[in-house]
Every structure is written in structure tokens, then in C-alpha cells.
Write a protein that binds this ligand. Structure first.
Ligand SMILES: [Zn+2]
Length: 286
């Protein structure tokens, strides 16, 4: 990607080095959250609800420690600030052209190890996530190294991850996140998973819509970038991740969609560039 000369977003909150951990009485809840979030990437509505319950608990104690800021992340931080700025420029245009509305920019929080969000306590192992309650994206930059280990290398793979989380912000601005959370409360686990897949694939499609605009308006892509993005979408399919983690696949436990689905929806947004082509909640082929 041609990113180095790009604008840096100001909407970054750097909380690296501030390590939050659950104190006595709260440790079990952190573990519970981790178990619930066994999916590598992202957060789902059930966790959002769990987070609310946890936050409303009164006997919480929380410890904040100052830790050294992880080394060697300067370039990743710069890159993240540029991609965030690009999503701001892109979605501002897209909202204005396609919806005749103003785009409200989210904040991106950098953290290391663990973080407290309005959706609850989260550990880096859960991967990047978006919290609709505070409209912030949370990312531990060491996740980019994990991406490499998954076989999703390249700067555009990293940009895709950020753009996917911004996709959840778009869903929040459009009122979709609230609907999913409300509907999820009445569903059994299998149905919740199916709904989560629809929500996640839409975020992939929105990431594609961003890439379409970024390329047309600012020409930031280089040869091989699209392949990196598609490869990342594929590497983070539930089937691939499950096979890697446990050696077999349980389709009804999918929360993000298969590799094939993630690639297809990202591509759909990329080719069309239109929000209206990303309706994963009403489609003949998910
Ligand atoms: Zn997601």
C-alpha cells in the first residue's frame, strides 16, 4: 500500500502501557469473557451484553498498572493512524453520496495486554474488537504479528482488519448493531451464531466498500494488495481457524462465517462500493 504520505488521524487514544486487570472478585469474570470470546477475532453481541452485566456489578475491583510500552510498534502505530484517517475520508464521502448523511468518526484505542471498554474488560488474546456502547475500536498492535502467524501477511491484510472493525462502527451508525443485540436476546445459541455470521459478513462487505473508495479516490493500492486482503479474509474464516485450533469444523458454532463467505462478501463490497449491496440480513446466498 502507498500509505506513508497519508494523513494521520487524530482520533487515536494511546493506552498502551496502561495494563488493566481484574482485581480480587473480578478475575473469574475476565476468564469467563475470554472463554466466551474463544473466537480469535472480534467480539459478538453476547459479549456486549455480558459486558454490561459485568459493568453493573458493584463489587468490582480493578487494578491499573503502568507497564513499559511494547517496543517496535512505531511503524504499526503510524500505519494504523493513516488507515483510520483513510476510513474517515472514505466513509465521509460514502455517507454523503449514498445516504445524504454526516459520518460520525469513531475513536481507535491502542492498548497492550488488556483494556477496559464500555463493553467490559477485554484481553489482547481476544483480538481487535469494536464496542458499540462507546463507539471505539480497540486494538493491541501485537495482533498484526499474530496475523502473520496465521498466514495473513502484508500491510493490506492489516488494513482489512481495521476496516472490518470500522465496518462494525458503520453498523452502529446505521442502527444495525442495536437491532442485532435486541434480536439476539430472544434467540438460542445456534440462532445467535447464525445472526452473528450475518453481522460479521456485513462488516467484511463494508471493509470492501472502504477499499473501493480508497482506491478510486486516493489510489492507495499497489499490486498484490487485494490478494493480501482476500487472503486475510480467508485466513480468518471460522472453518480455517477451527481446523487450526481443534482439528475439526463445527459449522453451527461459526460466528464470523467460512473463509469462502468472508472472501466473497469482502469482494462484493470491493467491486460495488455500495452500502446497499452489503445486506447480509436479506440475501439469497449468505
Ligand atoms: Zn467483526
Amino acid at each position: 500500500m502507498l500509505w506513508k504520505t497519508g494523513r494521520r488521524s487524530q482520533n487515536i487514544e494511546d493506552r498502551r502501557g496502561l495494563s488493566v486487570s481484574r482485581g480480587i472478585g473480578g478475575g473469574g469474570l475476565g476468564i469467563l469473557l475470554l472463554v466466551l470470546a474463544s473466537v480469535f477475532f472480534d467480539i459478538d453481541p453476547r459479549i456486549v451484553m455480558q459486558g454490561t452485566e459485568i459493568l453493573s456489578g458493584s463489587s468490582e475491583s480493578q487494578q491499573t498498572r503502568i507497564q513499559p510500552i511494547p517496543e517496535g510498534q512505531e511503524e504499526a502505530k503510524e500505519f494504523t493512524a493513516v488507515i483510520l484517517a483513510d476510513t474517515e475520508d472514505a466513509w465521509k464521502t460514502i455517507f454523503s453520496e449514498q445516504l445524504n448523511e454526516d459520518y460520525k468518526e469513531p475513536t481507535l484505542v491502542l492498548f497492550s495486554r488488556a483494556v477496559q471498554s464500555a463493553c467490559g474488560f477485554a484481553q489482547a488474546a481476544m483480538g481487535p474488537f469494536y464496542c458499540p456502547r462507546d463507539q471505539k475500536v480497540y486494538i493491541d498492535l501485537s495482533f498484526f504479528e499474530d496475523l502473520n502467524k496465521l498466514g495473513a501477511s502484508g500491510d493490506f491484510a492489516q488494513a482489512y482488519v481495521i476496516a472490518h472493525e470500522i465496518g462494525h462502527h458503520i453498523q452502529t451508525l446505521l442502527g444495525i448493531s442495536d437491532k442485532v443485540i435486541a434480536e439476539s436476546a430472544h434467540l438460542n445459541k445456534r440462532q445467535q451464531n447464525a445472526l452473528s455470521v450475518q453481522q460479521e459478513l456485513q462488516a467484511d462487505c463494508f471493509a470492501g466498500v472502504w477499499a473501493n473508495n480508497a482506491q478510486r479516490a486516493r489510489n492507495i493500492l499497489e499490486r498484490g494488495d487485494i490478494e493480501e486482503g482476500l487472503n486475510a479474509a480467508s485466513a480468518m474464516g471460522d472453518d480455517r481457524l477451527q481446523k487450526r485450533a481443534q482439528g475439526y469444523i463445527v459449522p453451527e458454532s461459526f460466528t464470523h462465517g467460512s473463509s469462502e463467505q468472508r472472501v466473497r462478501w469482502f469482494k462484493k463490497g470491493l467491486v460495488s462500493g455500495k452500502i446497499s449491496d452489503c445486506n447480509t440480513f436479506k440475501t439469497n446466498k449468505l
